[in-house]
Write a protein that binds this ligand. Sequence first.
Ligand SMILES: [Zn+2]
Length: 308
Amino acid sequence: MSVENYLDENYPAALDDLKAFCRIPSVSTDPAFAEGIRRAATFVADRLHKAGFTGVEMFDSGGHPAVYGEILSDPALSTYLVYGHYDVQPPDPLDKWKTPPFEPDEREGRLYARGVSDDKGPLLIPILVAEAFMRVEGRLPVNLKVLIEGEEESGSPHFSPTLEKYRDKLSCDLVLSADGAMWRPDKPSITVASRGLAALDITVTGAAKDLHSGRHGGSAPNSIAALVALLASMHGPDGRVSVEGFLDGATPPDPKIIAAIEAAQFESAAYYREIGVAGGDPIDDGRELLIRQWLEPTLEFNGVWGGY
Ligand SMILES: [Zn+2]
């Protein structure tokens, strides 16, 4: 039997595992869910054990434990470390759920539950695949380490020190994150790079005190108008950043990556339909859209506030 056949045959059991995992309310931000966090960590440790991982351990992080396991096949092979997290976002607001968030429900070929796609399903996949290799072939084609933390949804406050503390045990050639979006339901994908982020607030101050629009309108400079004019000057009509020097130092796109983007044949119209943009598609070429979305630095406004 092949590993793929094994996975096909054991799909119902894998789905049951995922449902059992999703029934555990492991909300990391709320101390009321401490019991759920503990149970989810135990679930991961047990599942690693069952799959054939050794050295399964709950790392003492100072917060919610990170769960570790390894399958070390051969020192001559590369070592991969898979990251994931067993905690989930709070399920509120509860009245927006069609079925209870911690009672997985299958509807039209999809499974609905809090945390099913972020990150309980994705983190189970490498564990189940490793299990399939161990059952069918008795070994993995690589050395595999798995680290599943419990504080991702609350900003991973203890993760860096935990990595430092267990540095030797975690050493590897490559890290693969099992957390992140899947590009399309029918297209497996690996994200090879992410944009970083720098944020800042801009405050525009005008007159020395609040001014009544009925009394001062038409004569006093308006801070909101000044702010909006400033923001509007940062992009050209084609949506490109027009701030001088903004792209200085940005790595030019690799032609090989551009060729791969062309091969993906991305449809920009479908994208705009999906996000609900009304009145024409700002970028009608799918290749150009992905280059801007994936390869170029962007400048975004995250909120505007002013007045009373
Ligand atoms: Zn996540």
